[in-house]
Design a protein around this ligand. Structure first.
Ligand SMILES: [Zn+2]
Length: 164
């Protein structure tokens, strides 16, 4: 369904989102199978991947300034992609994990929602205030969890817990 399709109401939009969610489950399953067969890139190959975009994240366009980035498959193995440098682009870990498995349409909805909601938060509409508070709570909880795990020395493993 095209991104500019106007839904009659919020519940019709929710039905559409559930449909996209179901399709995503299938992609998650095939990506898990991909990662089981995946090869690790050598440091030289990672350097090559990073230089393809001049050291920028292919998702947000931002500069990659430390080693916190992932080589993102352009074409998943399940649809004929391979593990060569040609099939990877660099992405910030946070960008890649957020975009993870969302199809083009679902990801466009997420961007649209995000852009609309950020304005609501900025101009402090009632819904923007509620969402802003909830999001800050959510992020504080995540930060605390990371800290606790970090003290056990496993932060990296938790961060990479998404099977990719
Ligand atoms: Zn990025």
């Amino acid at each position: 369904m095209p991104i500019d399709r106007i839904f009659s109401d919020g519940s019709a939009f929710a039905v559409e989102l559930r449909k996209l969610h179901a399709r995503r489950q299938n992609r998650v399953t095939s990506a898990r199978n991909d990662s089981l067969q995946g090869a690790r890139l050598s440091l030289t190959a990672r350097d090559e991947v990073l230089s393809k975009t001049g050291g920028r994240c292919h998702i947000c366009g931002g500069s990659i300034d430390n080693n916190d980035w992932q080589a993102d498959h352009i074409l998943a193995k399940s649809v004929g992609g391979n593990n060569t440098v040609e099939n990877y682009l660099p992405a910030h870990s946070v960008c890649n994990n957020y975009r993870w498995h969302y199809g083009a349409e679902e990801f466009q909805w997420i961007l649209k929602l995000g852009v609309w909601m950020r304005t609501q938060i900025e101009i402090r509409t009632p819904i923007g205030q509620t969402v802003g508070e909830k999001l800050c709570e959510h992020e504080r909880r995540r930060a605390r969890r990371r800290k606790v795990v970090g003290q056990r020395g496993n932060a990296t493993e938790l961060e990479n817990a998404n099977p990719k």
